[in-house]
Ligand binder design. Sequence first.
Ligand code: AMP
Length: 401
Amino acid sequence: MIILVMNAGSSSLKYQLYNMEEESVLATGRVERIGMDASILVHEPAGKQEVNEVSEILDHVTAVRKLIEILTHKEYGVLASIKEINAVGHRVVHGGESFKQSTLVTDDVKKEIRRLFDLAPLHNPPAMMGIAAVEYNLPEVPQVVVFDTAFHQSMPQESFLYPIPMVLYRRHKIRRYGFHGTSHDYVSKQAAITLGKPLESLKLVTCHIGNGASCAAIMNGKSFDTSMGLTPLEGLMMGTRSGDLDPAIVPFTMNKEELTLNEVNSMLNKHSGLQAISGIGSDMREIVEAMDAGDKQAKLAFDMYTYRLRKYIGAYAAGMNGLDAIVFTAGVGENSVAVRKAVCENLTFFGIELDEARNEVRSKEARFISTDDSRVKALVVPTNEELLIARDTYQLVQEER
Ligand code: AMP
């Protein structure tokens, strides 16, 4: 079965084409600058040369048409005919309380995703454009939606409610949802395989630390708590997002600096985190490089970042009353030797013993970075959200047949 995985943004569309019999990737690519001049299509067919095409792509319908053309292109294509695509799986950011798992796209599902636009005004509308564009270009092909929030729907009330008037939850569904669910789900399953234990028997803290960052407490294979909340702003310090802070800072800053709501929102989402403290940027590579060269602000940013992450790991171990392993994933988690070292070295009282040589190894496979004797294990597990979307899509379409 051939499955196309799509991740549609407001001006971009990323894709990956899977052959599910072997779970192999046939092609990957992206369309950027949709609706702007000089749109770019980057197509990477497996085992062939990468193709870059600049043209005018005014909307998502045209982007999907271009994508179909390139997938079936005589020279750069990987399919003989577009009829070979059996299903399309979409990443959708917000599933609210309505979607606790991935689901086939129906009229009711689309209606519900639209109803949730309020909760993710920047992310859900482009995902719907992606679904509509596939519907237009491939009307016969079943579609599946996989939500970033769905995995965290297992959180109990004590984790997901805010201690604010209940009426706000009842009227507006203001609560914690959590994000990166597909990644936390995927890496927790992979971690259980690496640990050689049933997922249902494990207490894990998964740290998805990339540009956006969140960690999750996963107990018995289910999300028990996670650091992002109503929006992806809550929780860990991130590249440009503040993460947790005293909410009173918002009115205080608005008053002192005469800022509008939009300006404060932009400050907390785009001009905070590593970038604000280091004064260098949001990329952990640059921060570590500057820190190693003696830059004090870079060191402060690094220390704040790793300290806040350690606090969450500690809180989640307490929340679950135990911990079997911590799992690092995403850009920083998979690559930053320094971040993993700073986190693990300061959690020795928990029973985490870092193996420095293992921590230095680069690999695309899941692996231990703790010693064999470490009571609590530490692992690096490369995330693969696209594969999980493809697997969910495959399963749902099989069930439907
Ligand atoms: P992601 O959002 O998962 O793609 O992660 C992107 C982030 O990963 C970048 O902004 C970098 O901060 C970080 N990153 C990627 N490679 C490295 C590396 N070798 N060392 C430290 N951080 C890295």
